[in-house]
Ligand binder design. Structure first.
Ligand code: BDP
Length: 672
């Protein structure tokens, strides 16, 4: 059987491949699948109309129901929570109740997913509601004059600001993909909005308003709001004021005026995202003000319109007396409750910077009087760009299920706040298949699903994505899930075993940044220490770094002792001798070297496993993905060899890479 049928999809259809269902399934399902009947009040609502059109597209292609099939009747039900829906069989027809048109759209996408995966009609009824109010994508896309994505590893931006307000078909398709997994907000540009050469601050200039308005119209129809990243120095950068002091009445009036003009044209505008006092971006520190004080003028400008300000906690450099990873907590924890109500503090999952693995950021779950937004990175900045297959829901599950100070898990902590948010840094670009590597689509898909339900498990998401992407083909699904569910462990195994970080090089070329290993450049800094005495960074209580003091007592006790600290976090918290005995009885150095070589071999196995699908999956998706797995195999080998040589030399007290090895760095091209 050649199913899924070979086709020319390069991956542009993503997981929304509406292919005809098997004959047996159609015989079972089609008779109930008439067109959607909208409640009177929603007849002209753009989101409800989108839902009806999407339903037509799906039901006709997947099941081709008979003309007399009873309508699927949608009813508005104010008793359901925002964006929730409930589906049940009512006599001869299906009834879909929803709180709002968004709830209807998500209900329709859920039903379509059930049809795509051939779920028996008895399994269709059900109720579903998002756990979090804000499910956001953050683009790190530059505006002008460049249209690349932060650091270049993400490819070209899908937004063409030079053409807007003229629209491209691709914007609609993108909004559709996002809505299908429950995303309801998009920040359009890079957080480094104050950089002159990438022009993010310009989005507040009047000439950009019609362009924003045009994009807002596209996304609105799919229930997705738009927002932008702004610079703290916008009043100055836009050339209108000499100061950006947030206490200055002119500055306050400037923000209010600019923001009002946006809302006049985009009443459902989401708000702003800001990176302040971080990596050179301006902020309130120069006025001696805290982040909370600095947020007030901008938050006040948004408040009358119901807008939100997402204020990032990715900051360092202000407290040089502290370990880098301890700085955000030290700055933000004392400000709990001091931010205006419409501010969320947006916190990366780990305290360092989106490493392949990190312990949970201690600020997550520590803010009780301030809304928290969890920031994840869907793009694989430190995880092999779009060359390596790395299924991030495995990492996110680990993070979301970690206990925090105020709740049994981070997921539970987030879900209990009415303004809770998850933001994911986008991995979407101009690539034909959106994400470069086909398997990176699984991360976008998985991000949406986990933002909707942070308790969802990676294994379920992998199965869903495999079924949707490979049209239920059992072998393709088995291969995909087998690779996906091992991929994060394997990648960590050949790049950062035992939480050894951050050994990626910055590289002289923009595109290679954070792609190749360069441990020699990072050793001896606050990142890691490898010398003749041992390896890892000492953050134990005895180190005096104060990092562990920021964790809840149970985690503090667990991490403080190298005998109880989980292996996967060991070298983050401890500097240990090379012959330290880890829990399974091996010497640390042996275990490290074993991890590199085994994991690189396992990555090579991904290419072989994928190649077994040649006969069932012939077509560009197969070929493009095989090329990616082959490059991953080679790059994993390079990582393993390089790290093996380097650590062996450190253990011998030499600390150098043999010159015949140094030459290969840079020989595997990154994906884009
Ligand atoms: C780091 C990136 C840098 C971003 C920064 C951030 O290397 O390009 O601007 O994070 O999150 O991961 O602001």
């Amino acid at each position: 059987m050649n199913f899924p049928a070979p086709d020319n999809d390069r991956g542009q259809e993503g997981w929304l491949r509406y292919r005809p269902a098997l004959q047996e399934y159609r015989a079972l399902a089609a008779a109930r699948l008439g067109p959607l009947a909208l409640p009177h009040a929603w007849q002209d609502d753009p989101v409800a109309r989108t839902a009806a059109a999407e339903w037509e597209r799906a039901r006709q292609t997947i099941c081709a129901p008979p003309a007399e099939a009873p309508r699927v009747v949608c009813k508005a039900d104010a008793a359901l929570p925002q964006d929730a829906h409930e589906l049940h069989q009512a006599g001869d027809h299906l009834e879909l109740r929803a709180s709002n048109p968004g709830g209807l759209l998500y209900g329709i996408f859920r039903l379509i997913r059930l049809l795509q995966t051939h779920a028996a009609p008895a399994l269709w009824p059900g109720r579903d509601a998002p756990a979090l109010r804000h499910r956001l994508i953050n683009h790190w896309d530059n505006i002008h004059p460049r249209s690349d994505i932060e650091r270049g590893y993400g490819g070209r931006s899908i937004f063409h600001w030079d053409e807007l307000p003229a629209l491209r078909e691709r914007y609609y398709e993108y909004a559709r993909l996002l809505a299908s997994v429950g995303i309801n907000g998009v920040i359009l540009n890079n957080v480094n909005a104050g950089e002159p050469e990438i022009g993010g601050w310009r989005l507040l200039e009047p000439e950009f308003l019609p362009r924003l308005e045009a994009l807002a119209g596209v996304f609105r129809a799919w229930g997705v709001g738009i927002g932008i990243s702004v610079s703290f120095a916008s009043p100055v950068l836009c050339g209108e004021l000499a100061s950006d002091d947030p206490r200055d009445p002119d500055v306050i009036a400037w923000w209010a005026g600019r923001t009002r003009r946006i809302y006049e044209r985009i009443p459902d505008f989401l708000g702003y995202l800001i990176k302040a006092d971080s990596e050179g971006q301006p902020g309130p520190a120069k006025f001696g003000l805290s982040h909370a004080e600095g947020s007030r003028a901008i938050a006040a400008a948004l408040a009358p319109h119901g807008g939100r300000l997402f204020w990032r906690a990715f900051v360092y450099g202000m407290r040089d007396d502290l370990d880098l990873v301890a700085q955000p907590y030290a700055q933000f924890k004392p400000l709990d409750g001091a931010f205006p109500d419409n501010v969320s503090v947006q916190i990366k999952y780990g305290p360092r910077d989106f490493q392949p693995r990190e312990p949970l950021h201690p600020l997550l779950g520590a803010l009780e009087k301030t809304a928290t937004a969890l920031e994840l990175q869907i793009t694989q900045e430190y995880l092999g760009h779009d060359t390596h297959a790395v299924f991030l829901p495995s990492l996110w599950e680990e993070i979301l299920q970690t206990p925090v100070a105020a709740a049994p898990t981070l997921a539970a902590f987030l879900a209990r706040s009415p303004e809770a948010a998850i933001a994911g840094v986008s991995n979407v670009s101009e690539a034909a298949n959106w994400t470069g590597h086909l398997f990176a689509q699984a991360n976008l898909y998985g991000f949406g699903r986990m933002a909707w339900n942070p308790d969802l498990r990676a294994a379920q998401i992998a199965r869903e994505w495999g079924a949707l992407t490979f049209d239920n083909h059992p072998r393709a699904m088995a291969v995909a899930t087998s690779i996906l569910l091992r991929s994060h462990r394997v990648f960590v195994g050949y790049t950062a075993p035992f939480c050894l970080g951050q050994v990626h090089g910055n590289a002289d070329s923009w595109e290679r940044c954070h792609f190749d290993p360069n441990p020699a450049a990072k050793n001896g800094t606050d990142l890691f220490r490898a010398d003749a005495t041992g390896i890892g960074l000492d953050r134990s209580p005895a180190s005096g770094r104060g990092v562990l003091d920021q964790y809840p007592p149970a985690l503090r006790a667990l991490y403080a002792d190298p005998a109880t600290c989980p292996d996967e976090l060991l070298l983050w918290f401890h500097h240990l001798p090379w012959d330290w005995t880890i829990r399974d009885g091996r010497r640390l150095l042996d275990a490290l070297l074993d991890s590199y070589s085994r994991s690189a071999a396992e990555a090579a196995g991904f290419a072989e496993l994928w190649a077994t699908l040649r006969t069932v999956l012939a077509g560009p998706r197969f070929d493009d993905t095989l090329a990616k797995f082959t490059a991953q195999r080679d790059h994993a080998r390079l990582w393993a060899d390089h790290m093996t040589d380097y650590l062996t030399s450190c253990a011998a007290g030499v600390r150098a890479i043999p010159s015949d090895r140094a030459a290969w760095r840079g020989s595997v091209p990154p994906g884009r």
